[in-house]
Write a protein that binds this ligand. Structure first.
Ligand code: BGC
Length: 395
């Protein structure tokens, strides 16, 4: 079936500073990667050296056919010690925005993508309430320096993941399992989103601002079992709803979806027999994007949805194309039902540092030679770039 998308629908790819820049030595993740008895399989090191290679990456992205690039600025570079702002690093990110625009690519700038400066982490990071003012001040300085070149801003990437993996699972820094600190952390992240939204809107430039949320297709099994529904709803309330509710009235909500999670009357269920489990440990379930777009639209009271991440970590590039095609069919059904979906962003442009998993999972449409940093677009890069150009898919 051929599918087309509305005029103005946006097509992009995404990365995050720590996953691609290399040598982000001044944040909590670098420390976490090097901790004794840590959970990370390897350190990020040079990553994709995008700190130096961004002009080539932007040329490649534009040549492939994408019209926007979602990337993040690294707080620990811009503010290496509390209150000390680096003009040189702000200039660096200004150059990236300018280079995007020179290539006809809209810069979609994320202010916080998982990494926190060491000095702020030493004070407790997200569970210490001072972070709300500190993050707002960092946003103010950053927007003051490059806001006129920003196309769209994302405040905090996946606060639900930072809080859950950092304070319930000990997989992200600060590596704790503590319900009180988890509540403090997500509360501070919601407060920081609201503050930074106002700061970014009031600052230099005119651009839409929103939060990007990790979303999962939470299913009750059987769907009409009240106990299964109750178990599912409780988890989903803290994982997603409290954040979506805090984003009502924003310019857009960034939906980031990879898979589903099933709940029976007694809690979470294992993967369904016959459904492939991907190397990330979750099911191959491209239908999740449609379900989560609909839910974000509903719970936010109809904030426009931008898919800011969707993708698959696989060595099988044909499987990547099948996954994206199925996901896009779901996007089209949402549009048909009147959901305002603004665009689709594939995670990721490059194979990159997948946090505690290291360089194993390969989400990129572009392969990166780990020894030489050579970029080699995969067939999916040309395939998705052609979809972007055509604003649709042929049969
Ligand atoms: C994050 C990315 C990550 C991706 C794939 C999202 O949760 O924002 O940083 O690489 O998922 O796991």
């Amino acid at each position: 079936m051929a599918i087309s998308f509305p005029d103005g629908f946006r097509w992009g790819t995404a990365t995050a500073a720590h996953q691609v820049e290399g040598n982000n030595v001044n944040n909590d993740w670098w420390a976490w990667e090097h901790a004794d008895a840590g959970v990370c399989v390897e350190p990020s090191g040079d990553a994709c050296d995008q700190y130096h290679r961004y002009p080539d990456d932007l040329r490649l992205l534009a040549a492939l056919g994408f019209d926007n690039y979602r990337f993040s600025v690294e707080w620990s570079r811009i503010e290496p010690e509390e209150g000390e702002f680096s003009r040189a690093e702000l200039d660096h990110y200004r150059r990236i925005c300018a280079e995007c625009l020179a290539n006809g690519v809209e810069p979609v700038v994320t202010l916080h993508h998982f990494t926190t400066p060491r000095w702020a982490a030493a004070d407790g990071g997200w569970h210490d309430e001072r972070i709300v003012d500190r993050f707002a001040r960092f946003c103010e300085r950053t927007v003051d320096h490059l806001g006129d070149l920003v196309g769209r801003a994302c405040t905090i990437n996946e606060p639900n993941v930072v809080a859950f993996l950092g304070y319930q699972m000990a997989v992200f820094p600060p590596g704790l399992i503590d319900a009180d600190l988890w509540r403090a952390a997500y509360g501070n992240m919601i407060a920081a989103h609201r503050r930074s939204y106002d700061v970014l809107k009031a600052g230099r430039g005119e651009f839409p601002v929103g939060l990007t949320l990790s979303m999962t297709d939470y299913q009750a099994v059987p769907a009409d079992d009240p106990k299964a529904v109750e178990a599912r709803d409780l988890v989903r309330h803290f994982a997603e709803d409290i954040f979506l509710e805090a984003c009502r009235g924003d310019d857009f909500i960034g939906v980031q979806t990879y898979s589903r999670s099933r709940y029976g009357p007694d809690g979470q269920l294992p993967s369904e027999p016959g459904v492939e489990v991907l190397p990330m440990g979750y099911e191959y379930w491209p239908q999740a994007l449609e379900a989560t777009i609909r839910r974000a639209w509903e719970v936010t009271d109809q904030v426009p949805v931008l898919v800011t991440e969707n993708g698959i970590g696989t060595d099988d590039d044909a499987q990547r194309q099948a996954y994206v095609r199925a996901a896009l069919e779901g996007v089209r059904r949402c549009l048909d039902d009147g959901v305002d979906v603004l665009g689709y962003t594939y995670w990721s442009l490059l194979d990159n540092f997948e946090w505690a998993f290291g360089y194993g999972p390969r989400f990129g449409v572009v392969d990166v030679d780990r020894a030489t940093q050579e970029r080699r677009p995969k067939p999916s890069a040309y395939w998705l770039g052609a979809i972007a150009r055509a604003n649709g898919l042929a049969d």
